[in-house]
Structures are given as C-alpha cells and as structure tokens.
Design a protein around this ligand. Structure first.
Ligand SMILES: [Zn+2]
Length: 364
C-alpha cells in the first residue's frame, strides 16, 4: 500500500489565504447510503476522494445557497440507496461547494452506477431564484447557456458488482474499477451530458464545443444517448493514449482516468481549469506553486497529476516530485501573475433539457 504525504497540502493551507481565486470543493453526503454500501466498503471513501481531486481544481466561484426570510428552496435528487425521489427543505450549500449524495443499491441491467445533477424548486426574490439555479455563473442564465452552476447531485453504485476499490492498483481481470466509475459519474454531476451548456454544443451525432474541437482535431463523435463521447473515443493522459473516461462503457479489468479530451468537455460546459504547474489551483503559476514543488521534492510516492498529485507539485504522471515537474512549472510560470484559465466557450447552439445519464459495463 502506498500512503501519500500530506506535507504539500499543509503548506498550501497556510498560504492559500493570500491567493485570489479558490478552487471548488466536492463535498460528499453519505447520509442517504441506507443500504450501507460505504459501511461495508470503507475503502471506497478513499477512492471517492481521489475521484473528487479530478474536479476539485476548477476555479469557478460558486455563490453559496443560504435560504433566509422570504427566500426558500427545496433540493431534489435520486435517493442513492433506494432510487426514489428525495426532497430536502432549505439546505445550506456553502460557497464554491458542490454537495453530492452518494450510496449504493442493486442496479439492474448491467449498470455499474448512475449519476447526475440534482433538481430544485424555490420561492423568493428573483436574485434568490438566480442564485439557486446559476450560483453566479452568469453564462448559465443566457438563453443559450455557456456555463453551469449546480448545487451538486447524486451518484449510486451497484452493490452486486465485483469492485476494485484500490486507488493504487488497476482492477484484476473481470473486476470493475470503482475509481474510474466514480470519476465518470462525477463528470455527469458536473454537467457532462447533463447540463444545458453541454446540450448547446450537441449538433446531430457530434459535440462542437470549441475546446473539445481543438483537442480532438475536429468535432467529437457522440454515443447514441448524446451524453457521452462515442465508444472507443481516445484522449491522452500524461502523454499516453487512453480511451476517454466519458465514453459510455468501462470494460471490466480496465482503469480509465480523465483524459485531456474529458477535461476539454468540462471546459466547454463552462468549468475553468488552472494551467499546468498551478499546484494550489488559484489560476496563477507562481512562487506559491514552486513552494509546493520544493516542499515535496523527491517525495515518493505521491499520486500522479491525474489523481490529484498536482496539488503536491507532481505535474506529470509518475509518482515522484522531481525535475520533470519543475520543468512543467517553469514552462508555465507567469511572472505577471495573470490568471490564465482555459478559454470560455464562444459558440452557441440550441438549448435542450438535461438528463440523467448512465454508465454501463461490458464483460471483457
Ligand atoms: Zn455515463
């Protein structure tokens, strides 16, 4: 078993106050795990946290949802333990935080998991209704939306699957990879295949988002449900080709990490990614990020960048903080301290309703 040093995170904790933008936080709520999936598999929590790191570096500023006086709301979501619709009255969602209800139940039809953003109803001032729906992501309120600001959502995992819960080891033949599945479902919660700003770029059987189009080299083919890349679509992770994480099927015995193409899809939905070398995800590659690198220099093992290692100064896909990572920092170092997130989408297309998308497995 590998254990990851926390030194970088501790150093960052004392320095973040001086930084500008702050990354989002995915906050899991296990209280609806009525079937006891996470109690039976406590190691799944570690994998859930590793999956959150894929998205916890997005720089978007999400307004808090704080009901008071005439402003009330209810969230609704699929109860992860039963599959029924669950309503919660007047919860508080902190700034920059997405609440994700997680649990397990027996999913039929070969499903590994299902997930998506939650719904809501609200009463109050027009400002309040906009906060509940868009959380300050102004592009999300356009007639043809370019951004997404959900309160969070829900994920349920199949209890009848032979899961590999390890973060460090790939699944054995015949096993389904929990980390890969958690990453995939979080992608849906954050709008992949489910947000109006996703639908805005669906044109026939292709996705025409400008960032994705640049990464892929053309518009990207979609699966039949128009909520995933087409089966077998390739991206890269750490310079190596891999089937993209947001394809409809994860083969048993296979781990799918988030590729550059998957991140490009998130950028087209409206999520802002920090540049490579930005260890503290404040949007600027600067001396604070150098500190993270130097504090963890030659620390081993640390996670690869695609599993959150960037936070430790590990900007590539090995398990060591070394000179290669310094090169990434130095190539992206910005002495002016300007924020340099990925570009916001500029093209607009038709608007359609969101949907809950499912992930299927295929026996290898
Ligand atoms: Zn899916």
């Amino acid at each position: 078993m590998k254990s990851y040093r926390a030194a970088g995170a501790l150093v960052l904790g004392s320095l973040l106050g001086a930084a500008g933008a702050q990354a989002i936080t995915i906050s899991y709520d296990y209280s609806y795990d009525t079937g006891g999936f996470y109690t039976s598999h406590p190691e799944a929590v570690t994998a859930m946290n590793a999956a959150a790191e894929v998205f916890n570096r997005f720089l978007d500023d999400l307004e808090p949802i704080e009901p008071s006086g005439p402003n009330t709301w209810k969230m609704n979501f699929t109860h992860p333990g039963t599959g029924a619709v669950q309503w919660v009255d007047n919860p508080v969602v902190p700034a920059d935080t997405l609440v994700v209800f997680v649990g397990g139940r027996n999913l039929s039809g070969g499903l590994l998991a299902e997930g998506g953003p939650g719904g809501w109803s609200a009463y109050g001032t027009s400002d309040w209704l906009e906060t509940v729906q868009y959380r300050g992501e102004t592009g999300a309120s356009l007639p043809q939306p370019t951004d997404f600001g959900p309160w969070g959502g829900t994920i349920s995992f199949d209890t009848g699957t032979d899961w590999n819960f390890s973060v460090d080891s790939d699944p054995a033949p015949g096993q389904a990879d929990f980390l890969s599945t958690a990453i995939h479902e979080l992608g849906h919660v954050l709008g992949f295949g489910t947000a109006d700003s996703w639908d805005a770029y669906v044109s026939g059987a292709n996705f025409t988002g400008p960032v994705s189009t640049v990464v892929y080299g053309s518009s990207v083919p979609l699966s039949m449900d128009r909520a995933h890349w087409a089966g077998g679509t390739m991206g890269t992770v750490g310079g190596s080709l891999q089937v993209a994480a947001m394809t409809p099927i994860i083969m048993l015995g296979t781990r799918l990490l988030f590729t550059d193409l998957d991140y490009a899809g998130m950028a087209d939905i409206g999520w802002e990614s920090p540049p490579p070398g930005d260890a503290n995800a404040d949007g600027v590659v600067d001396g604070l990020d150098y500190n993270s690198w130097s504090c963890n220099y030659l620390a081993t093992p640390v996670p690869p960048a695609s599993e959150g290692g960037w936070n430790f100064g590990n900007f590539n896909e090995d398990d060591t903080v070394d000179g290669l990572d310094y090169n990434v920092w130095s190539l992206n170092y910005d002495p002016e301290g300007q924020r340099a997130p990925l570009p916001e989408p500029a093209m607009l297309a038709a608007l359609a309703a969101g949907s809950l998308a499912l992930l299927r497995r295929r026996r290898a």
